[in-house]
Design a protein around this ligand. Structure first.
Ligand SMILES: Cc1cc2nc3c(=O)[nH]c(=O)nc-3n(C[C@H](O)[C@H](O)[C@H](O)COP(=O)(O)OP(=O)(O)OC[C@H]3O[C@@H](n4cnc5c(N)ncnc54)[C@H](O)[C@@H]3O)c2cc1C
Length: 724
């Protein structure tokens, strides 16, 4: 039986953020397969082959050919790329008894060396701190399994799903969990747990299911049969993926499962994702549910009254009208929840207008769409900051969001179990107190309060000292010597003919926009017609702890692609890191929202000596004309620009709601032990208070989660959070 060739539709499955690196070249050239190429490029070639086949051949013809080719590849990779994989395989095999026994033994079993990444070790300023994660990839070697020739993935996936549905329908948690691998993951976003949870291990999954199967009403699971497909991820990694829909007592859900083979020949789930998509009885008022009533001439007055809340009170107050606040407000709008955004700036988008002229988003346009209104098709790939500012303003108007500009929230007082008393000061000096049931903090990183360190002698320095958030243009510094502590502004200065030195305080993860980013983004968030909503769900379906391990390989593949650039930087003394565990910039983003640079040109200027570099060493003090370092070296400067970040995320909460409420709030930033983002978009520890954060992509996706929690509370249908 020939392998069912992925159709264009079911190829969407592999196009997930976590496997972008492998499938990245799907969108690229159709290179002929080259057996002597590196593993990464051969995997890419394989992907190209799949893609080529998908578009150019009859499915029935190419199925067998593809499958044979894939197997051929697996074999060859195991033999020829022993250096890369063999050590891992061997070590895993040695430990496999423990490794497969139970998830909790995983940490101990990972004492063996990880995949050797000699290039990363060679380039990094310091060796990575390893063994942060205790997850092992479900490689074929570890599973002691193969992909059988002639596999009918659709039938295997459907059969597994049938057994799963039978167990779920019987509310048999034990039978359901037996369909999972010992160290499998189940990630749930609100649908069964009303929380963001990732369970690992068969026993943990069984426990969670016994508590939630009945309570949640998880039912009516329906497989999207076209979605079931074998996904060859890497020479030693493959799974069958399927997508399904389901219902709960109050909600509609979307799920993804991924099955891997076992030594007995049985396929078991390694990952399962369930997501709350909507509330059955409270659909978004979009499409056919939009307002159908003609409004002859009354719209301006209606909007004026709505914006001013002349006849009503908001159920939700959002502090901050940046993209994250606008996203949540838009989601709440279509769910019919009255919402007011309080924004301190005079215009929506001013936080982007106020940033330096040279700023463009570093993420490509496909990753940045906002809910309901995607960017038009001629939008530039990297959005200039002032253009984004205008878009945000347009978005707020188009979605009819209620915003009070030049306004601030003065106090947020709790009326326990009832509501919050929120006093807002408007731009005209008047104040008004509302009693919303929910308050969302969406004030951006650190509330936009810049932090500038102090050093001895700063007072005597004759030049200009500014925080990067206050820097507008390199044109202001023509003819001066500038010391700068990050990339883009340094480039801006070089381009304006200003002598600029970049001071690098600590090691940085660098990914080039040209070669590195496409490995991450191609195929998921790119020009291909993959609906953004589906791309978001596929990305979210990978548990962060799993991604961290997969990203070691991704990071290695990116470093191979960026090798010349990275070697050039290292030769100049630039301190490179590949993150903890060699897992790249992804955990750095979660942990500190920084420590990495998505290169759009400054790196080459450093290599060429056009941007000078002072790397390492702490600043000791300032003299009248210089910055002096602890190693005794100094940099003469007329202008020093600090890119030293912003205040703490909870500062505003403390200021308006007090220390006691802040103390009840769970930790913010970084990931929790299960790999879920701490506090953002989910229960904060304080009923009725929520926190929004993230880049445009994360806010697009998770704003819906936040809005659904609020809507469910408003309608009295929010379930019990699973807390074990
Ligand atoms: C140089 C640079 C490049 C970036 N590149 C990208 C990129 O490529 N892709 C990407 O997704 N992100 C990028 N970001 C990150 C991005 O700015 C933030 O992640 C994102 O803007 C956060 O959105 P936000 O709405 O939470 O916060 P912000 O955009 O900061 O908006 C917060 C809003 O809250 C308002 N506010 C603050 N305090 C109060 C208060 N007390 N009362 C009332 N209003 C208040 C502010 O005026 C502001 O309008 C970049 C950031 C920088 C600095």
């Amino acid at each position: 039986m020939a392998l069912r060739v992925p159709t264009q539709k079911n190829l969407l499955g592999p196009l997930a953020i976590s496997v972008r690196w492998i499938l990245g070249s799907l969108v690229g050239t159709r290179k002929p397969f080259n057996p002597s190429a590196s593993v990464a490029s051969r995997v890419s070639s394989l992907s190209n082959l799949l893609r080529w086949a998908t578009y150019n051949s009859k499915p029935s013809d190419v199925g067998t050919r593809l499958f044979k080719q894939f197997h051929h590849e697996l074999k060859k990779s195991a033999n020829r790329h022993g250096e890369l994989y063999h050590e891992t395989f061997r070590a895993i095999s040695l430990k496999k008894g423990r490794l497969l026994s139970h998830a909790t033994t995983m940490a101990a079993s990972q004492q063996y060396p990880l995949e050797p990444f000699p290039l990363l070790d060679q380039l990094a300023h310091e060796p990575s701190r390893v063994q942060v994660s205790n997850v092992a990839l479900p490689t074929l070697d570890r599973l002691e399994a193969t992909i059988p020739a002639g596999l009918d993935a659709k039938s295997v996936g459907s059969e597994w799903f049938k057994s799963f549905v039978a167990a779920v329908d019987k509310k048999d948690a034990s039978a359901a969990s037996e369909l999972f691998l010992e160290d499998a993951f189940w990630r749930d976003m609100l649908s069964l747990t009303w929380e963001f949870r990732t369970f690992q291990g068969q026993k943990t999954i069984a426990k969670f299911l016994s508590a939630t199967l009945d309570e949640s009403g998880f039912s009516k699971l329906t497989l999207r049969s076209d979605s079931v497909v074998l996904q060859p991820i890497a020479p030693d990694l493959a799974w069958i993926q399927g997508i399904f829909d389901f219902k709960t007592k109050v909600g509609l859900g979307f799920g993804i499962f991924r099955l891997v083979p076992t030594s007995s020949g049985q396929w078991k789930a390694y990952m399962l994702y369930t997501n709350l998509e909507g509330l059955k009885d409270f659909p978004e008022r979009i499409g056919a549910l939009r307002d159908m009533v003609p409004n002859h001439g009354q719209w301006p007055e209606k909007r004026r009254r709505e914006i001013n809340f002349e006849d009503s009170e908001p159920a939700v107050i959002i502090i901050g009208g940046g993209q994250s606040g606008l996203d949540v407000a838009a989601r709440l709008k279509v769910l019919g929840v009255p919402t007011l955004i309080v924004e301190k700036n005079a215009r929506v988008g001013d936080q982007w207008r106020g940033r330096y002229e040279a700023l463009c988003l570093h993420d490509p346009v496909w990753y940045d769409h906002m809910p309901y209104i995607p960017f038009p098709p001629n939008w530039p790939t990297f959005t200039p900051a002032p253009k984004l500012a205008d878009w945000l303003e347009f978005y707020a108007h188009s979605m009819e969001l209620n915003i009070w500009l030049s306004s601030t929230v003065q106090t947020v007082k709790e009326v326990p179990g009832k509501w919050w008393s929120v006093t807002v000061k408007r731009g005209d000096g008047t104040t008004r107190t509302f009693t919303p049931r929910h308050v969302v903090f969406a004030q951006g990183f650190g509330g936009g309060t810049p932090i500038t360190p102090t050093y001895p002698g700063m007072g005597t320095f004759k030049g200009k000292l500014i925080h990067s958030s206050l820097h507008k243009s390199a044109k202001d510094h023509v003819g001066k010597k500038v010391v700068r502590i990050a990339h883009d502004i340094a480039r801006d200065h070089y381009e304006h003919g200003v002598e600029v030195t970049m001071y690098q305080r600590s090691s940085t993860a660098v990914v080039s926009g040209k070669k590195g980013l496409p490995i991450l983004f191609n195929g998921v968030y790119w020009e291909e017609p993959i609906p953004t909503d589906l791309a978001d769900r596929i990305s979210a379906s990978f548990p962060n702890r799993f991604l961290r391990v997969l990203h070691r390989r991704v990071t290695n593949a990116i470093a191979e692609a960026d090798k010349d650039l990275l070697e050039g930087l290292k030769a100049k003394g630039f301190r490179l890191t590949f993150g903890e565990d060699n897992s790249g910039f992804f955990p750095l983003f979660w942990k500190r929202g920084g420590g990495y640079y998505l290169d759009v040109g400054a790196s080459q200027l450093i290599i060429d000596g056009k941007i000078k570099l002072k790397s390492g060493g702490q600043i000791s003090h300032f003299t009248e004309e210089s910055v002096v370092f602890e190693d005794g070296s100094s940099l003469p400067a007329d202008v020093v620009i600090f890119a030293t970040g912003y205040g703490k995320p909870l500062n505003l909460l403390k200021e308006v709601a007090g220390e006691e409420v802040a103390a009840r709030t769970k930790p913010i930033m970084d990931l929790d032990a299960e790999g879920e983002a701490n506090t953002y978009w989910r229960f904060s520890g304080v009923e009725g208070l929520y926190h929004m954060m993230g880049n445009l992509a994360l806010c697009r996706f998770h704003s819906k989660h936040l809005a659904l929690q609020i809507k469910a509370k408003e309608e009295g249908i929010h379930g019990k959070r699973y807390e074990d």
